[in-house]
Ligand binder design. Structure first.
Ligand code: HEC
Ligand code: HEC
Ligand code: HEC
Ligand code: HEC
Ligand code: HEC
Ligand code: HEC
Length: 433
């Protein structure tokens, strides 16, 4: 891709630029005496080879010119990593992806989450993604200045072998993956002590252990099957959608061998402020091969499919549609209360169910999550739209697939074929069952 070509060229160009710079100095005054040669490198000791001395101009100035760094900083200032609201997610279960120190800590510890809340952490910046791991730039430039390029042990299959998304992608995939567990601390005034703290229980849907799409699962109040924003790596690789038994799925597509950066850090365009370290795709670069906009077509088709699935999930009593001030909101309707008691489809006077009355909030002063979930015992007002039985995996899977594509943000662009298959197969299964 264009960006790769650009990078290979840069090394040569910058060396040329360094000598041009010296030449242009002569216009401003008489030439000074020649500088001293650089010192030799370190000699080998005890059988360990010494390092050759490097010509700093040639090897460091490939990147370390003020102009290049200023340009990178300006571009980074246009990216969501800088502009987004990330800095307020520095709680234990969020910090690994939302703040710089959190990311760096888990790279060292190998844990899923950081050890403690990080009140004084910094947003994602140059040092999150960059660190010098070596200085021998002959041949390889970029991988030696990235914080990590190691394969990623995905949060949902920790313990299984790490997945290699390709060196550059591994950096991004550490954060741009399905989130996994969060914490849940709740208060229940009917119990002593009344504040209970336990790890948030993620539904057992990953890896999908069910033998049949008709196997059942309890969707409890307080449990989540949400993928969270950021599962771009999964769609791009065509993995971890809910896949119906007996169906075949196409995982690879034309751009499977490309890196995230081939599109998200393609040639920077100063006029549109896209490309480079903005991480916004410079779409003009795509038309060279595509001849026109093919993305809108894909996104329109996926959008329509998402809505078709969403409305079907409401009809099938998997989703609840709620009127809001701005329109409607949709959420999966639990089949059981917080303590695992089935919600029936009729109301019996005096029958009470445990649900949460308040939720966790983010403190505007510390940026930390304030755990405020309080259990309330009340009659159920949603009885008329309840399923009245545990969910089938096929149903949960359809709801999960909706969330998978809906929160992925590219609207199918990251793998049009797989995105359409997991949506269409969900619709077909719900209609047939
Ligand atoms: C492929 C590009 C590239 C090359 C080549 C390169 N660097 Fe860097 N260097 C970076 C990046 C990116 C950073 C991180 C910038 C930041 O954190 O602000 C960095 C950071 C540094 C830092 C640390 C600055 C800090 O704040 O921690 C030093 C020192 C440094 N480089 C020296 C060198 C030397 C000496 C060479 C040549 C032997 C060199 N670099 C070659 C890209 C490069
Ligand atoms: C330390 C974790 C982390 C790393 C590493 C990371 N990202 Fe992100 N990325 C985030 C978070 C968190 C956000 C959301 C920022 C916000 O809105 O506050 C984000 C936002 C983005 C967005 C904008 C999405 C939107 O909401 O509009 C793009 C595009 C993006 N990242 C691409 C990349 C690419 C490409 C890489 C690898 C070169 C990468 N990211 C590496 C965590 C990370
Ligand atoms: C595995 C990495 C990961 C973890 C852990 C994570 N996030 Fe995110 N989050 C992301 C990425 C990547 C994005 C941006 C990309 C996107 O929107 O698709 C994002 C986006 C968001 C957004 C929308 C953009 C914004 O900044 O307003 C919110 C809100 C958010 N995260 C909250 C949280 C909270 C709260 C937690 C902890 C309970 C958390 N996240 C944990 C990766 C993560
Ligand atoms: C989200 C991760 C991320 C952040 C944040 C980030 N970079 Fe980079 N940077 C990369 C990646 C990935 C590459 C390699 C790009 C490629 O191969 O095309 C790179 C390449 C570079 C290079 C070498 C390539 C060149 O064109 O000179 C420099 C220099 C650099 N970054 C500087 C910076 C500086 C300065 C900052 C902070 C203002 C920064 N980066 C922030 C991921 C990041
Ligand atoms: C073939 C090019 C291509 C590749 C490769 C690619 N993306 Fe994208 N990505 C896009 C396009 C196009 C969009 C839609 C952006 C738009 O509509 O402006 C997008 C959207 C996104 C978004 C949402 C941005 C937003 O502002 O809503 C994130 C985050 C993202 N990609 C991350 C990644 C990550 C992480 C990878 C690697 C695993 C990746 N992308 C690989 C082309 C690509
Ligand atoms: C080197 C040529 C080339 C470049 C540059 C290129 N593509 Fe492609 N792309 C192709 C080819 C070839 C196909 C497969 C044939 C087709 O669908 O037109 C394709 C297919 C796609 C598809 C799937 C289309 C479908 O209907 O299944 C998407 C999405 C896509 N490209 C996005 C992008 C984006 C985004 C960019 C710019 C960041 C980009 N491409 C740049 C060659 C390229």
């Amino acid at each position: 891709m264009k960006n790769l070509q650009k990078f290979l060229f840069t090394a040569g160009l910058m060396i040329a630029a360094a000598s041009l710079f010296l030449a242009s100095c002569t216009k401003e005054g008489p030439q000074g005496t020649a500088g001293k040669d650089g010192v030799n490198g370190i000699n080998g000791v005890n059988g360990v080879d010494g390092l050759n001395g490097k010509d700093a101009n040639a090897s460091c100035l490939v990147c370390h010119t003020i102009a290049n760094f200023d340009a990178k900083i300006a571009e980074y200032h246009l990216s969501k990593h800088y502009l987004g609201t990330s800095s307020s997610r520095n709680t234990k279960f969020c910090a690994r992806c939302h703040v710089s120190e959190g990311f760096q800590q888990v790279q060292g510890s190998g844990q899923n989450v950081v050890a403690n809340d990080m009140p004084a952490a910094n947003r994602i910046n140059c040092t999150t993604c960059h660190a010098h791991t070596g200085f021998d730039f002959s041949g390889d430039t970029v991988s030696q200045v990235l914080y990590t390029t190691a394969p990623v042990s995905l949060l949902y299959n920790k313990g299984a072998s790490a997945t290699d998304f390709g060196a550059l992608n591994n950096l991004c995939v550490n954060c741009h993956q399905i989130r996994g567990a969060t914490a849940l601390v709740y208060s229940d005034t009917t119990l002593t002590p009344d504040v209970i703290s336990k790890p948030f229980e993620q539904l057992p849907y990953f890896p999908f252990a069910n033998a049949s799409d008709n196997d059942t699962v309890q969707y409890l109040v307080g449990r989540s099957f949400s993928v969270h924003d950021g599962n771009q790596s999964n769609l791009f690789a065509g993995i971890n959608g809910y896949e119906y038994k007996g169906k075949t799925y196409t995982r690879t597509w034309t751009h499977s061998t490309n890196a995230c950066t081939d599109c998200h850090m393609n040639e920077y365009d100063a006029a549109t402020k896209e490309g480079g370290h903005t991480l916004i795709v410079n779409k003009a670069e795509c038309t060279a091969c595509h001849g026109g906009d093919k993305l809108t077509l894909i996104q329109t088709a996926i959008d329509a499919k998402i809505i078709e699935l969403r409305d079907l999930l409401v009809t099938k009593k998997i989703f609840k549609k709620t009127t809001t001030t701005t329109g409607f909101s949709y959420a999966a309707l639990p089949t059981h209360d917080f303590n695992g008691k089935l919600f029936p489809t009729t109301q019996t006077p005096g029958d009470l169910f445990a649900t949460n009355s308040t939720n966790n909030t983010v403190s505007p002063t510390t940026g930390l999550v304030v755990y405020g979930i309080m259990l309330k015992y009340a009659k159920d007002n949603d009885f008329a739209i309840r399923l009245g039985r545990p969910m089938k995996y096929g149903e949960l899977g359809a709801a999960y697939n909706y969330a998978y594509i809906n929160s992925e943000l590219s609207k199918g662009v990251h793998n049009p074929g797989y995105a359409m298959q997991i949506l269409q197969n969900s619709i077909d299964w719900l209609n047939a069952n």
